[in-house]
Design a protein around this ligand. Structure first.
Ligand SMILES: [Zn+2]
Ligand SMILES: [Zn+2]
Length: 219
């Protein structure tokens, strides 16, 4: 669903004359030169999709799709499902790793099983497969846990990943008092979010249900 649902692409404008009239109404950084449109609040142009996306979060290379206002709830469900599945696999594989097929012999229901199967080879292959699954799951657990933490923090603050890291970048620039860098970041900014970004459940509803319908984020 996350892969195939439209994340909230904004229709491109093919009439370059409109771009000139837009330039007289808006600041240059409020326009997208590629799509030739006025960018709505919280939208951003995706270089991979070559389109502007409403309430842009990030472009996910794993899903080969942008994460925007319309597929954000599916993305949250997806990462939570993968996380639960990973924990489930780690627990099951840890419990049954020591267990081997000797416990199931002799098999009275299927006597041929006792003669056909090489039980030692079967035990070794079982341990190899289970250990490999366990190692892969543990390796993926750490980056996925960090992703869940970042996304849950964003979800309950009504802030996107792009906005979060840009805010941090602005804070760093303010800290260093580098006026030139500050101007550069401000000029590339298209977001005038008035949200307080405090943790609350209403922000979760905003992110999952209301942002995709909010007219101020539409074109
Ligand atoms: Zn664009
Ligand atoms: Zn994209």
């Amino acid at each position: 669903m996350t892969m195939f649902i439209n994340p909230g692409y904004i229709q491109k404008n093919n009439d370059s004359r409109q771009l000139f009239s837009l330039l007289t109404q808006y600041e240059p950084w409020e326009l997208c030169p590629d799509c030739q449109i006025h960018k709505p609040l919280r939208s951003r142009h995706c270089e991979f999709c070559s389109r502007c996306v409403i309430v842009y979060d990030h472009h996910c290379p794993w899903l080969n799709n942008c994460i925007g206002a319309k597929n954000y709830p599916f993305f949250i469900c997806f990462i939570l499902t993968v996380f639960i599945n990973l924990i489930h696999l780690i627990i099951l594989n840890s419990i049954f790793l020591k267990d081997d097929y000797n416990n199931y012999l002799p098999n009275h229901h299927y006597p041929w099983f006792n003669y056909v199967i090489n039980i030692e080879a079967l035990n070794i292959s079982k341990k190899c497969v289970q250990s490999s699954i366990l190692i892969i799951c543990v390796l993926f657990l750490f980056p996925l846990s960090y992703l869940i933490y970042v996304q849950m923090d964003n979800l309950f603050r009504n802030i996107t990943t792009f906005e979060k890291y840009r805010q941090e970048e602005q804070t760093n620039v303010q800290g260093s008092k580098d006026k030139k860098s500050q101007q550069t970041i401000n000029s590339t900014s298209s977001i005038k979010s008035t949200a307080s970004h405090k943790l609350s459940c209403s922000n979760c509803i905003e992110m999952c249900c209301n942002n995709s319908k909010n007219t101020s984020y539409q074109q």
